[in-house]
Write a protein that binds this ligand. Structure first.
Ligand code: PMP
Ligand code: GLU
Length: 396
């Protein structure tokens, strides 16, 4: 009998961390690996934000904050949602947590009963399906492909809804595909969900600022679904604050109260120093962050050009976030120098061992024919990684 619970045994390790740890171990062993695994900005946190953290320590912000966060931070989030997203949320509708990851699991824990269905458009972010399993729910996937920019249609969504559907969970901009839904597409989705008041939309908007083509639109801005939507966002991507672990949800009152209840028993709230620093971050003008977006944009264009020359990669131009998600079906079913490639996880291992480039296979994103590269890495590393893959794969 396993000492580990059945519930945990059903879960997989997070593949993003599995592959990044593998790359780290190889590097520590002296192997020259380029890691394009984890999606985390490679910039330093802006100085103003760091200073706010020093000040918070000196001002003795060393005790528990209110469970859903300091009122000043919830006010700053409320102001940000108004300024950037035209959304009206009172500070009491906001729950600050240890990263957007926790905000999502708070919401899922609050609404999912055993056997409830959560719709996940595939590809989806690795942790969604595992979180759904953790709270006893069942994920129901909607397949997409590179030909539709990995996006679902309102018709596909409506066909997937059953009496057990409790939530729709997606990210736009999307990790891993780099696509985002347009205003028209979001409106069509909102119109479907509005017909089913028992369904909650969990809209993960953590990449909102990393968008090269459009102005980010939140689905909560459609009045017909405002009362049915949980907006998820956080400090990790826009402010390069991944390790500070601050995320938040903005929800209808009943759901905000439920998140507070979950969090009060699980974590008692988020780190106080990081919360204080986040107030300063949110009060910055978003234009102060533009240098990061411009840099990602430049890297995206470089990688896209170089990727076109890699044999067997079918790639679209991602319009947002910082990932490429090429379709590598060409290699599936082949034997590459003695390695059977059954799916993209095998292919990612092959690349790691043979090209010394680490990426994440698409299986855990729900797309076994694709692989994910993060381009939150230096231009030199990106150029070298593309060269290594081109040389390695050119022979097959
Ligand atoms: N959602 C998506 C789509 C992500 O890529 C990530 C990864 N950082 C998260 C949520 C979690 O972010 P956080 O660091 O705020 O927990
Ligand atoms: N969200 C990032 C990624 O997808 C960080 C890793 C994680 O949280 O899984 O790579």
């Amino acid at each position: 009998m396993s000492k580990i619970s059945d519930r945990l045994n059903r879960l997989s390790y997070s593949q993003t961390f599995v592959m990044s740890n593998k790359a780290r171990e190889m590097k520590a062993a002296g192997i020259d690996v380029i890691s394009l695994t984890l999606g985390e900005p490679d910039f330093d946190v802006p100085q103003k934000i760091k200073q706010a953290a020093f000040d918070a320590i000196n001002e003795n912000y060393s005790h528990y904050s209110p469970v859903p966060g300091f009122p000043e931070l919830r006010q700053a989030i409320s102001d940000k949602l108004k300024r950037d997203n035209h959304l009206n949320y009172k500070p009491t509708q906001i729950c600050v947590s240890n990263g957007a990851k926790q905000s999502i699991i708070n919401v899922l824990s609050a609404i999912i009963n055993d056997g409830d269905e959560v719709i996940l458009p595939a590809p989806y972010w690795v942790s969604y399906d595992e979180m759904v399993k953790l709270v006893g729910g069942t994920s129901v996937f909607i397949e997409t492909s590179i030909d539709t920019e990995f996006k679902i249609t309102a018709e596909q969504l409506e066909k997937t809804i059953t009496p057990k559907t409790k939530a729709l969970l997606y990210s736009s901009p999307c990790n891993p595909s780099g696509s985002f839904y347009t205003v028209e597409e979001l409106e069509a989705i909102a119109n479907v969900i509005a017909k089913y008041p028992e369904i909650t939309i969990i809209s993960d908007e953590i990449y909102e600022f990393i968008n090269y083509e459009g102005k980010h639109v939140s689905i909560a801005s459609f009045p017909q679904v405002y009362e049915q939507t949980a907006v998820i966002n956080g400090m990790s991507k826009a402010y390069a604050m991944t390790g500070w672990r601050i995320g938040y949800s903005a929800c209808p009152d009943w759901l905000a109260k439920a998140c507070d209840k979950v969090q009060g028993q699980m974590t008692s709230g988020a780190n106080t120093v990081a919360q204080r620093a986040s107030i300063t971050a949110l009060e910055m003008d978003p234009s102060e962050l533009k240098f990061m977006i411009d840099e990602f944009h430049k890297r995206r264009d470089i990688v896209f050009d170089l990727m076109k020359d890699i044999k067997g990669f079918k790639c679209n131009l991602p319009k947002s976030a910082f990932y490429f998600f090429p379709d590598i079906s060409y290699f599936i079913g082949k034997n590459l120098n003695g390695t059977e490639i059954k799916d993209s996880d095998d292919f990612a291992m092959f690349l790691l061992e043979n090209a010394k480039v680490a990426c994440v296979g698409g299986v855990s994103f729900g797309s076994p024919e694709c692989i994910r590269f993060s381009y939150a890495a230096s231009e030199a590393e990106l150029r070298e990684a593309m060269k290594r893959m081109k040389d390695c794969l050119g022979q097959f």
